[in-house]
Design a binder for this molecule. Sequence first.
Ligand SMILES: [Zn+2]
Length: 165
Amino acid sequence: MEKIPEIKNEKEILLKELQKKVLFAMENSLDLELMQLKYILNKDDKEISDMIKKATITVETISEFRLILKILARSDEEIQDILAHENAHANKTETLGVEHLGYNIIIIKKGDDYLFQPFSEKCTPEEWSEEKKKEAAIQIVLAPEEYGNKLSSGDIEELKNLWKI
Ligand SMILES: [Zn+2]
């Protein structure tokens, strides 16, 4: 008699999907030196944004984000720290009336090592003035400090860029 296929529960299916996402991003991870070179040459290049997209894992919810970090074999302590940090950005984003679009991790290859850079995506209302958009962006970047977490090197870079405008 033929065996009835086992019906997988939702969590297993979700985990499989997330594992696929991680694998795809790792296979397409960005080479750090190549990226730095390309970025210096032309930072608005479409080829670069496509490469970044392929090397980025994107999920909508914080619970999916937690699973991604587990798949990436981060320690529990590190996971708590990353979640608190990204959650601070996300909370501030929503408090200010900016739409939070999800959580991302970009995978960068440096020699034989992989580096993981988490970031969140947001959408500021079109009708806001440039001044208001900038003010919100600064508050969102600074949010982790307000919640007792520290700013990442990416946050500090972003702040420098925002202050330049
Ligand atoms: Zn940050």
